[in-house]
Ligand binder design. Structure first.
Ligand SMILES: *Cc1c(COP(=O)(O)O)cnc(C)c1O
Length: 399
């Protein structure tokens, strides 16, 4: 019976290739980090990981993880409510609550699961789920799994958000869901305005701080700290898979009753395996470290400022902001999509690994290279990347 579907899948794959949307995976043969090896033998500098604090391959974490695996073993082979909850799971949940100044926290296998499981237990068809147009795919999937009425406002458009809030006042509950940081531009949600509107119209606010927890804000509590709204946000979801070691795992922190009901009803929590003890043990130590010192996020902030400043001074068109996601824009050029791809390839030849994004990943005419800065980058790495950008930029008359 495979014949027919096989043919159709082949056609679909062909179409993806023709549309230039086929995703090739580059194969790394070393630990994740600043300097990585590719399977063609090249050593390159990595400027496209979510490894914001540089913890992913760090020797210090390897030591901690070894201790964790020795003491608690490799896996749990159970969901949380059968026999998959260890003391360290509870300790990590408490630690995250303390770090984010929330009443309680629940762990998930990934933030994708957290977002997939957060709405459905809380909202039904009598409620409104109000979402920023550019929210992460997992928030979109979460809303699809929930019976609430769906409303979308244009990206960061607060007038539209207010319109929706006005028009839905008859509904039982309203929940506004937003990314804290939007990953293509590195821009931050207008959380000050969002909480103001939420309070005015009696709505809840959920923030997905995956691209912020651990490093945005003076002490790394995320956009909720940066925008000074920690105590006015009801639900925070985030990932352990980016700045916080980069292994795997997600969580939701927030109001006590909300977390309690999620433990009873949230399907990805109830019906998926417990987070591996080695991750939980290590993540606990990461939160400890981040609670004691801001040195990593401070270094990341400095690196980001330096890179943004020097790239601007070199004549590149970069999206302004404070986030270590630095989009180098090709909007001024007719052939922006092609340019973003050639540019990334040339940079790889110079030993700099970055990715070029073009339509439909980003809107037409806004192709870019998205650079991601890490605390593990040293000045010499940043300089090498900037020099390479300048060299390739001159060659293609981008600057
Ligand atoms: C990366 C990301 C996720 C997914 O996190 P995982 O833990 O990798 O599943 C969810 N939301 C946002 C905003 C993200 O950037």
């Amino acid at each position: 019976m495979y014949g027919k579907i096989k043919e159709n899948l082949q056609k679909e794959i062909q179409k993806i290739r023709e549309d230039n949307l086929y995703k090739e995976e580059r194969i790394i043969t070393s630990k994740q980090g600043v300097e990585i090896s590719l399977n063609d033998g090249r050593r390159v500098l990595n400027f496209c990981a979510n490894n914001y604090l540089g913890l992913a391959g760090s020797e210090q974490l390897i030591k901690i993880a070894k201790k964790g695996i020795e003491k608690y073993g490799y896996g749990l082979s159970s969901v949380r409510f059968i026999c998959g909850t260890m003391d360290i799971h509870k300790k990590l949940e408490d630690k995250i609550s303390e770090f984010l100044q929330k009443e309680d926290t629940i762990l998930y296998a990934a933030c994708f699961d957290a977002n997939g499981g957060v709405f459905e237990p809380l909202l039904n068809e009598n409620d409104a789920l109000i979402s920023d147009r550019l929210n992460h795919a997992s928030i979109i999937d979460g809303t699809r799994l929930c019976k609430a009425q769906r409303f979308v406002y244009e990206h960061s458009n607060m007038e539209q958000l207010e319109e929706v809030l006005k028009n839905t006042q008859k509904l039982r509950y309203r929940l506004i869901a937003t990314d804290g940081v939007f990953s293509m531009d590195g821009d931050i949600a207008k959380l000050d305005k969002i909480v103001e509107l939420a309070e005015k119209y009696d709505a809840l606010v959920m923030v997905d701080d995956s691209h912020a927890t651990g490093f945005i804000g003076k002490t790394g509590r995320g956009t909720i700290e940066y925008m000074n709204v920690i105590d006015r946000i009801d639900i925070v979801t985030s990932t352990l898979g980016k700045a916080l070691g980069g292994a795997m795992g997600g969580f939701i922190s927030g109001r006590k009753e909300i977390i309690e009901i999620l433990r009873q009803r949230s399907r990805p929590y109830l019906f998926s395996n417990s987070l591996s003890p080695v991750i939980v043990y290590t993540a606990y130590e990461i939160f400890n470290m981040l609670s004691e010192t801001t040195s990593l996020r401070d270094k990341l902030e400095e690196n980001t400022k330096y890179f943004r400043k020097r790239m601007s001074e070199s004549g590149f068109d970069i999206k302004p902001g404070i986030h270590p996601i630095v989009p180098i824009m090709f909007s001024k050029f007719e052939n922006d999509a092609q340019l973003s791809q050639i540019f990334a390839k040339e940079l790889l030849n110079e030993g700099i690994y970055v990715i070029g994004f073009f339509y439909p990943v980003v809107p037409k005419g806004t192709s870019r290279i998205r650079v991601q800065i890490s605390a593990a980058h040293e000045k010499k790495h940043l300089d090498k990347a900037i020099d390479a950008f300048v060299k390739v930029g001159k060659k293609y008359k981008v600057i």
